[in-house]
Design a protein around this ligand. Structure first.
Ligand SMILES: C[S@@+](CC[C@H](N)C(=O)[O-])C[C@H]1O[C@@H](n2cnc3c(N)ncnc32)[C@H](O)[C@@H]1O
Length: 229
């Protein structure tokens, strides 16, 4: 399965940013920036940060914008995504790039102060293994910031989310990327993903505490922040 997903993301890499911004009406940029802002609350200032499933690096860039002194590692298993990330970061210092599977990362325990992951975890073969791996790499007191599309629970969110996921995502994504099957997969993976409540409970079982949940744009996307126990 992960081989298919790797190939799919590699194929859509050239149009990924354009589709992302069009699909979210440019809100995705704000969602990542706000996620970082929320992470920095209470004077938290991480210096070594992992952007997991980094794609073209927008989360890493948002981290660097708000913490210029941070060292940010971008990890993704799709090489074309990382190549675009490198181009976007240009000659800026403080970035490292690693092609690797999120479930088999070469970092030692407690290597990072923070891990951010945007729209990545729902693609993992095992969500639990992914969260445990994130916890393993974090120092105690470090933070994990997960930005995702979760299964909605409230009535209005269900309506907004259902329309977005079932109509806008596959139609606009398919048209821009010319890869309908990729955006059908993204639609299905979002529809089948866990609710934010279940996700928070799983985070607690995987080594996190003080879980906070921040709804982005009527809860279409959600930032979940957990502190490593
Ligand atoms: C929807 S994109 C999100 C990219 C970026 N984080 C963002 O905020 O736009 C998901 C990314 O996760 C990567 N990915 C999915 N499963 C992965 C895995 N098991 N290991 C490493 N990267 C993975 C894909 O290659 C893709 O670049």
């Amino acid at each position: 399965m992960s081989q298919q997903i790797q190939t799919m993301f590699s194929n859509i890499a050239p149009t990924y940013d354009q589709a992302n911004h069009a699909l979210s009406f440019n809100k995705d940029i704000q969602w990542r920036k706000d996620s970082v802002k929320q992470m920095l609350k209470d004077g938290f200032k991480p210096q070594r940060v992992l952007d997991l499933c980094a794609g073209t690096g927008d989360f890493a860039l948002a981290v660097k914008e708000q913490i210029p002194s941070a060292q940010v590692v971008m990890a993704d298993f799709a090489k074309p995504m990382l190549q675009l990330a490198k181009e976007k970061a240009g000659s800026s210092n403080g970035f490292e790039y690693l092609q690797a599977d999120a479930l088999k990362l070469p970092f030692h325990d407690m290597a990072f102060d923070a891990v951010v992951c945007g729209f990545g975890v729902r693609n993992l073969d095992s969500l639990e293994a992914g969260l445990k791996e994130i916890a393993r790499m974090l120092k105690p007191g470090g933070k994990a910031v997960i930005l995702e599309f979760f299964k909605p629970t409230g009535f209005l969110t269900k309506l907004a989310y259902g329309f977005y996921i079932s109509t806008i995502l596959p139609m606009r994504g398919g048209a821009i990327s010319k890869d309908k099957s990729a955006y059908n997969y993204l639609q299905q993976s979002a529809k089948q993903f866990t609710s934010v409540k279940e996700f928070g409970q799983l985070m607690e079982r995987c080594g996190f505490k003080d879980i906070s949940v921040i709804n982005q744009t009527m809860g279409i996307a959600v930032s979940v922040i957990g502190v490593k126990k």
